[in-house]
Design a protein around this ligand. Sequence first.
Ligand code: ATP
Ligand code: MG
Length: 113
Amino acid sequence: MKEVKAIIQPFKLSAVTRALQEIPGFPGMTVSDCMGFGKEKGKEGPHRVVEDLIDYIPKVRIEIMLKNEMVDTVVEAITKTAHTGNPGDGKVFVYDIEKAVRIKTLEHGEEAI
Ligand SMILES: Nc1ncnc2c1ncn2[C@@H]1O[C@H](COP(=O)(O)OP(=O)(O)OP(=O)(O)O)[C@@H](O)[C@H]1O
Ligand SMILES: [Mg+2]
């Protein structure tokens, strides 16, 4: 099991969600608002929140727990759809998942996701 975590530009969320929902067997996702900065340290655009002398730019974080064989398809869907080529497009990270439990059924592991 893996986790795909992507930080993308908020205006790309709808298109990325549609692309992911087209993947057969897509298991689900968690979406949260977040703020951050990359190499440009927040100087990439006009939508800035200034706190403590550091500019944090609003982003959206997507978290997906999925079977190993789906990782490449999901990462490609996110990167293709979220790409503009401009600074601030975001990043995708992939992690190993140790354990998952579906609370309704108490299924464990891949059965749970
Ligand atoms: N190394 C990192 N660790 C954690 N979060 C990061 C990291 N790099 C970027 N982020 C998050 O991703 C968001 C988008 O990053 P961004 O795309 O600006 O990265 P970058 O390294 O500056 O590359 P780019 O040239 O594409 O702008 C940031 O606002 C931050 O929330
Ligand atoms: Mg940047």
